[in-house]
Design a protein around this ligand. Structure first.
Ligand code: GDP
Ligand code: MN
Length: 415
């Protein structure tokens, strides 16, 4: 029999103990040191069409429930002290081309009438070209507010020079052949990338904390008598929306996979950036449009429609959002696919913010063709409560998921 010297046995025991400790520490004591694995927690054994109907009926019944203003007991109205009203550090923001002047005026008239003439928040106009004199002079006629006409610099607007132009061209063509809107329009890709990762760092936007994004040719149906920016500040909200939809999954084929890749970086430590109260079920739902969740490898494609949004840019400027969106950019997906800024903002806020800080502005009547948020309120005019969209688009409603899976009772009772 071979005798192992005592010294060696002792050494082996020590090595064995240290290895086991490290293994246990990483595997059990530090469970975050493993790949991310999101799970959707609901299961319904009913046909998909029935789920679409149930979700739509629920949406309509919520929309038809009478509402007024948020019952937070801290709404601020300019009427209370009109002479020295102190504005929040906020701006109304729109991107538009010179040729969209009439559409911009159409919407500004409504925003002024329903909200801003009571407060006079400034406007920021963004464009990849210079705004012409006619545009600037005409707009001035419709508001007393300060106006900032800003150019987006080409080095921010255009795609990075490392994007493979040949590959970009081919992928754009492939997506176009699948009828993906704007797939072969380079300026649209630039716009989506700008709104995803650059608008909050534009030199003009940098001076503000809150923004309200709006678009030409959109409608605002209801009087808003309280200061929505102060509402955000006083109630700790970081993001506000009015409409929630599914996306065309072909346009964001690898967005979720790349997000998971990002979260697994740094020896899985990026996972710690996820908020402990993140809206995971909204992001991973797979009941209403399961083919979408399957196609994207786990993302429902549900998002907040970003043509209206009110947000706190400190969130978008945070390390979590920025390191993630810069990683996304490095994959080229804004050009090799057609990632929209809406799914990017929505995944960002749903993962990295507390879901209680995301607010559905149920009282803001709004339309961007072909979807409407029409509250049943005597503050509203010109829309039909409960009419969300055309019958053939019913399955695009994702608001019911937000309501069912992510809103707690206090959020539901705010109106
Ligand atoms: P959709 O809502 O996805 O159909 O896209 P839109 O055509 O409404 O574009 C979204 C916003 O970006 C609108 O405010 C447009 O005016 C603006 N926009 C889109 N492309 C450009 C562009 O190339 N230049 C400028 N200046 N604005 C753009
Ligand atoms: Mn639009």
């Amino acid at each position: 029999m071979i005798r192992i010297p005592k010294k060696i046995t002792r050494l082996l025991v020590i090595i064995f103990s240290i290895t086991s400790f490290i293994y246990l520490y990483h595997g059990i004591i530090l469970p975050s040191k493993s790949p991310i694995n999101f799970k959707f927690n609901y299961y319904k054994d009913i046909p998909r069409d029935q789920i679409v109907e149930e979700n739509y009926e629920k949406l309509v019944s919520i929309l038809k429930t009478p509402i007024n203003e948020p019952k937070t007991n801290n709404l601020i109205k300019s009427i209370d002290n009109p002479s020295d009203y102190k504005l929040e550090n906020a701006t109304l923001m729109i991107m538009a081309r010179n040729s969209e002047l009439n559409g911009v005026i159409y919407t500004i008239k409504q925003i002024e009438e329903k909200f801003n003439s009571k407060f006079n928040y400034p406007y920021v106009f963004l464009n990849n070209e210079d705004f012409n004199l006619k545009f600037k002079e005409k707009i001035k006629k419709f508001t007393k507010s300060n106006l900032y006409f800003e150019k987006i610099q080409p080095e921010i607007w255009n795609q990075p020079n490392w994007i493979n132009k040949e590959r970009q061209k081919n992928e754009m063509k492939l997506l176009k052949n699948q009828n993906i809107a704007y797939a072969n329009k380079l300026s649209y890709h630039n716009m989506c990338r700008f709104y995803s990762m650059n608008f909050y760092n534009h030199p003009r936007m940098k001076q503000f904390k809150y923004y309200w994004r709006f678009e030409p040719n959109t409608d605002y149906f209801c009087n808003i008598d309280y200061d929505v920016f102060k509402f955000m500040e006083l109630n700790n909200k970081i993001y506000g929306f009015v409409i929630s939809l599914y996306d065309s999954h072909q346009s964001i084929k690898s967005l979720w996979t790349e997000t998971i890749n990002f979260l697994n970086l740094n020896n899985f430590n990026n996972k710690n950036l996820i908020n402990s109260n993140a809206a995971i079920n909204f992001l991973t739902e797979n009941l209403q449009n399961p083919e979408k969740t399957k196609f994207t490898n786990g993302y429902s494609t549900c998002h907040f429609w970003s043509n209206f949004e009110i947000g706190n840019m400190d969130f978008f400027r945070s390390n979590a959002y920025n390191s993630w969106v810069n990683y996304l950019d490095s994959t080229g997906g804004f050009y090799y696919e057609r990632w929209g800024d809406a799914p990017v903002h929505s995944i960002g806020v749903s993962l990295f913010a507390n879901k209680n800080d995301i607010h559905w502005f149920r009282d803001i009547g709004y339309k961007h063709h072909p979807y409407t948020n029409c509250p049943n309120s005597n503050k509203c005019n010109g829309c039909e409560p409960g009419k969300f969209t055309f019958d053939n688009l019913k399955d695009q409603n994702c608001l019911t998921n937000w309501w069912n899976f992510e809103m707690d009772d206090s959020a539901k009772q705010i109106y």
